[in-house]
Design a binder for this molecule. Structure first.
Ligand code: KE4
Length: 423
């Protein structure tokens, strides 16, 4: 008798490409089928077959307070009772914008959108409109959502202009993107030496979370800040993951480097579809209807999502980040030690409430190093851990996230599961 998840996946595959609405959820890279989730609460999720899972994906980052947080639920339900969407301004979008600005003062003005992709796509358009330049520099392995200019691969040989990373992206669009290795300031300097007058912006995950976790090397972010200022390019911090996670004020607060623009997502919606971009007033006032750079969205500033985002940030403002970081550090180190005791090479990268275990003994400071990790071993680890009731990211190139809902009992149970794994 196939499981309910398997039955749902069979049906899904007939009507949804790959049976999913976002590729990584298909679990292809970890060699199994996805489980379908019935409900979630706190640190746990339950599948449609009743399997209870301790969750370290946490919806890819948004659920820092935990699933089904009471205050977020109350706020969203109260907002929903007043109507799901107005297509007109509402008080909570002002409240949330003001709260974001108070927590991240570099964001003097913000524009709400409905996803991280919309936020980064719009921030790059704004940077191009503001600087009247076309090129964008991004970093190998960093992911900023799926707008065309980000889905690129390195050109061959000495070609510094990119080629499409997927069918459907025109060569001409890809050629406007430059790539550099993460943590490599010399490469950034070289790109600017060759193209500086044409580079509108540098966009970076200030802590990389889409190659697994790679923290910035000492001085790297500061160096980017100096280079962008020197050449008149805007520095965009893509804080869709790091915002409100690596510190309440995000990576810009943790590392003390101020970007010109910031993009946010995930946590600011508390699980509802919200993205946002923002920065200095003199830049943001180039956005329509203030200025000429067009950007719009039917559900931007949606009242239910705004209410959930407000409740989430207010909850986080009362939360003990240092304690969660300390607990996560010990837990991740214990996990790594248990795996090394099984004869596995493990490099652990940890920061705040996020970490990645790379099955390699190479220090992971950039994408090339991350690729030395053994993905087959990770797949085996993922499958066995899910069987023991622990939900890890279905890709070795993602992060594990803890939350303020994860208890010491959850962490102990997870380590017990690691002890049972046979690799
Ligand atoms: P969304 O369009 O998925 O809301 O955000 C895109 C995005 C932008 N910037 C960063 C740093 C991001 O990490 C993301 C999305 N993250 C991935 C996983 N790390 C979302 C999961 C998925 O694609 O299903």
């Amino acid at each position: 008798m196939p499981s309910k998840s398997a039955a749902y996946f069979e049906r899904a595959a007939k009507v949804l490409p790959g049976g999913v609405n976002s590729p990584v959820r298909a679990c292809k890279s970890v060699g199994c089928e996805p489980v379908f989730i019935e409900r979630a609460a706190g640190s746990r999720m339950w599948t449609v077959d009743g399997l209870e899972l301790i969750d370290y994906v946490m919806s890819w980052g948004p659920m820092l307070l935990g699933h089904a947080d009471g205050s977020v639920r109350e706020a969203a339900v109260a907002a929903l009772d007043k109507g799901a969407s107005f297509g007109a301004p509402c008080p909570d979008e002002v409240e949330l914008a003001e709260l974001i600005r108070s927590i991240m003062p570099s964001m003097e003005m913000v524009r709400m959108v409905s996803s991280g992709t919309e936020a980064t796509m719009s921030a790059v358009r704004l940077a191009r409109g503001y600087t009247k330049r076309d090129k964008v520099l991004k970093f190998e392995g960093c992911y900023h959502g799926h707008s065309d200019g980000f889905l690129v691969s390195a050109g061959s040989g000495v070609a510094t202009l990119c080629i499409p990373g997927t069918p459907g992206v025109p060569d001409a669009i890809a050629a406007q993107t430059l790539l550099a290795p993460y943590n490599d300031l010399a490469a950034v300097e070289a790109r600017f030496a060759a193209h500086g007058a044409d580079i509108a912006c540098v966009i970076i995950e200030p802590v990389a979370g889409n190659v697994g976790l790679i923290p910035p090397a000492r001085g790297f972010l500061e160096g980017l800040r100096e280079i962008c200022t020197k050449y008149g390019a805007l520095l965009i911090f893509d804080e869709v993951i790091t915002g409100f996670r690596v510190a309440l004020g995000g990576a810009q607060a943790r590392f003390g480097v101020t970007p010109d623009l910031t993009t946010l997502g995930k946590i600011i919606g508390g699980g509802f579809p919200v993205g946002c971009y923002g920065g200095r007033r003199e830049i943001m006032e180039h956005i329509a209807p203030c200025g000429p750079v067009y950007q719009a969205g039917t559900l931007s500033g949606n009242p239910v999502a705004m209410a959930a985002g407000l409740a989430t940030l207010k909850g986080l403002m009362q939360s003990d980040y240092a304690a969660l970081e300390a607990r996560t550090k010990v837990f991740a180190e214990d996990m790594a030690e248990l795996l090394r005791a099984k004869g596995q090479p493990v490099t652990l990268n940890h920061l705040a409430s996020m970490f990645t275990l790379f099955f390699t003994d190479t220090p992971v400071t950039d994408y090339e190093a991350a690729k030395t990790a053994n993905s087959a071993t990770y797949g085996e680890f993922y499958r066995q851990m899910r069987g023991f009731g622990v939900n890890l990211a279905p890709s070795g190139f993602e992060c594990a996230f803890t939350s303020f809902a994860h208890t010491d009992a959850d962490l102990r149970k997870t380590l017990d599961a690691v002890r049972q794994v046979r690799l």
